[in-house]
Design a binder for this molecule. Structure first.
Ligand SMILES: [Zn+2]
Length: 234
């Protein structure tokens, strides 16, 4: 949140001075707008601007400042982060346009630049862009079912489901059939355990490959071998 407001301040400073004060409505200005509308307070320039853009709506015993143009409540500068975050999450992190529509549907006096800035700093959106691609870069030939199993880990640490912070993604290269498993850690042991369950049900592949690197595959294979040995002893 701190980072968002720092960047927002920088953005406002870069604007023409005429727009700086009114880019977002800080609490002090909000109180002044209320005074103008309720008590006719303020100089003529302020009164003109306030009467042109705002009105008061009574909700229960509370007075709320509404933006006349959009007919929606004004979001105070101090609440911008929370309100945009709510809208962005409601549309499932689906980019700028959907978030902007959601914001405009509910609130007044929020600028598109503020929404853009929020999204540019969203951890969930930026992590999505760096998800490992399940397919390998060079063309791979598979001659049948379960010849090659592509195994990758998807980092979900920014939106964990309780203790589960990783998704193990396994794909048969020939049939494109895929399996996914929730994981609490990306250690080789839990990965191997999930793969072993799969091998018992569907059979073991001849080749195990991963974009997470040879070292990762080697560790997983080492644990798999250990499990197999234990199984043999029983
Ligand atoms: Zn996002």
């Amino acid at each position: 949140m701190e980072e968002f407001y720092k960047s927002l301040d920088k953005h406002v400073e870069s604007l023409n001075y005429k727009f700086q004060d009114k880019f977002s409505i800080k609490q002090l200005l909000y109180d002044d707008i209320m005074l103008v509308l309720q008590d006719g307070w303020g100089d003529s320039q302020l009164k003109f601007w306030v009467n042109k853009n705002f009105k008061i709506i009574k909700i229960g015993d509370q007075s709320v400042v509404y933006d006349i143009k959009s007919n929606h409540p004004v979001v105070r500068h101090e609440n911008l982060y929370t309100k945009i975050k709510e809208c962005h999450e409601r549309v499932g992190h689906h980019g700028r346009d959907k978030t902007w529509i959601e914001v405009k549907d509910q609130y007044g006096w929020v600028q598109l630049d503020t929404v853009k800035l929020f999204i540019s700093q969203c951890d969930v959106c930026s992590n999505r862009k760096t998800f490992p691609k399940p397919a390998a870069e060079k063309p791979i030939v598979s001659i049948g079912y379960f010849t090659r199993l592509q195994v990758d880990l998807i980092d979900m640490r920014s939106i964990p489901d309780g203790e589960y912070k990783w998704i193990l993604h396994a794909k048969d290269h020939f049939t494109k059939f895929l399996w996914t498993y929730p994981l609490q850690s990306k250690e080789a042991e839990p990965v191997a355990q999930k793969l072993l369950q799969q091998f018992y049900s569907f059979g073991a592949p001849r080749i195990l490959q991963s974009d997470n690197g040879k070292e990762f595959v080697a560790k997983v294979i080492k644990v798999l071998t250990l499990f197999y040995c234990l199984f043999c002893e029983i």
